[in-house]
Design a protein around this ligand. Structure first.
Ligand code: ATP
Length: 363
């Protein structure tokens, strides 16, 4: 259950490395108790540095981190109510699974009998209760990852920090482990904070996602809100596929905005708020319809020639260009038991979409 209480508060946090690298740039937000929270962004955006600051492996240059009500300044990693699972799922190769899982308790002097019980509990959580006597070399990649998870969970942290935990696994196993992690998080009920550059991973697992670019948080929202209502070009482009058109505001009236799209045409779309000058318009490929006959006048319409057709089983991605070379991609759901969509390279087609499906992006 996600509560309304923050378990982590990040306040005006900046991290600089040397004079020139600002890895995290004045970031503030809360992570709620019981949340599955994802830090998502391209390589180098600062997500790992932020996670490492939560763990205590990096110290903020400026700002404050509060975890479970306590300021973390001067608090060593092993004294924080968090535990981290690393990308490489570091397990000790010379210890069997049970000893690996119990290690963190053993070094803090927990009695052997309690270690055994808690290690068994943690192994049951990751469905490895029968693997305690195996050595890591006798496990698959996915099983080793579960050992790493059990090892972090055995200490009963308030927050589990996961740094790209699935990136070493192949695609099928990764998807299975995504579901496993969601199940696990629900079972243990603690907060998970995961770092990933894989948007599908973040969208499918997290309650909320912070999208980062160049050290800054661009947007924090639930997966569906990020996908449907991105607040800027970067998020629109980074999450899923998007057709982005550059334009200039021609006028704002009532709840509508008129925009001259470069190389296309003037469009009128729903919009409330002020806007002027350069602006972008976006539409998802699955919202664009293709047709041979002229679409209804109340839709946004343009003509284009098919330049590429890519078949993906359940859907096909069609790439078109209009007469001035503006590219548009369209996703078509393939009907059952047909092998190709009824579209060929070189076809001249109408593209159209509902003005209400248009996103207006001022940033
Ligand atoms: P990736 O997905 O590639 O791991 P990331 O989003 O996690 O990327 P960070 O690892 O947080 O990004 O790095 C953010 C920036 O800070 C990068 O420009 C990186 O080169 C720089 N950086 C990270 N750690 C250090 C360090 N110890 N010393 C100097 N620069 C660093």
């Amino acid at each position: 259950m996600v509560s309304a209480q923050p378990i982590i508060s990040i306040k005006d946090v900046t991290k600089e490395f040397g004079e020139n690298v600002r890895a995290v740039d004045n970031v503030s937000f809360d992570i709620l108790e019981g949340e599955f929270f994802a830090l998502l962004g391209p390589s180098g955006c600062g997500k790992t540095t932020l996670l490492r600051m939560l763990a205590g492996f990096e110290i903020p240059t400026e700002g404050q981190i509060i975890i479970d009500g306590l300021p973390m300044e001067g608090v060593n990693p092993n004294r924080r109510p968090v535990n981290m699972v690393f990308q490489s799922y570091a397990v000790f190769p010379h210890m069997n699974v049970e000893r690996n899982v119990g290690y963190g308790l053993r070094v803090t002097g927990v009695p052997e009998a309690e270690i055994k019980t808690r290690a068994q509990e943690a192994l049951a959580l990751v469905k490895l209760q029968d693997f305690g006597k195996r050595m890591p070399s006798q496990l698959s990649g996915g099983q080793r990852q579960r050992v790493a998870l059990a090892r972090a969970l055995v200490k009963r942290p308030k927050v589990l920090l996961l740094d790209e935990p699935l990136s070493a696994l192949d695609a099928k196993l990764r998807e299975a482990m995504q579901l496993e992690l969601v199940r696990l998080q629900k079972t243990v009920g603690i907060t998970f904070v995961i770092v990933t550059h894989d948007q599908d991973e973040a969208l499918s697992m997290a309650n909320r996602i912070a999208v980062m670019e160049k050290g800054k948080v661009k947007q924090i929202a639930a997966p569906a809100d990020l996908y449907e209502f991105p607040n800027c070009r970067f998020v629109a482009d980074f999450i899923g596929k998007m057709n982005l058109f550059q334009g200039k505001v021609a006028g704002v009236a009532g709840n509508q905005i008129q925009i001259d799209l470069k190389g296309i045409t003037r469009v009128t779309v729903p919009y409330s708020g002020a806007a002027a000058g350069d602006i972008a318009v976006a539409v998802r490929p699955e919202k664009v319809q293709l047709g041979r006959s002229e679409p209804a006048a109340n839709r946004i319409r343009l003509r284009g020639r098919v330049s590429e057709v890519a078949y993906f089983g359940n859907e096909s991605h069609i790439y078109l260009e209009n007469a001035t070379g503006v590219p548009v991609s369209v996703n078509l759901t393939n009907a059952a038991r047909t092998t190709t969509p009824n579209v060929a390279i070189g076809d001249e087609l109408w593209m159209s979409w509902d003005p209400a499906d248009t996103l207006v992006l001022t940033e």
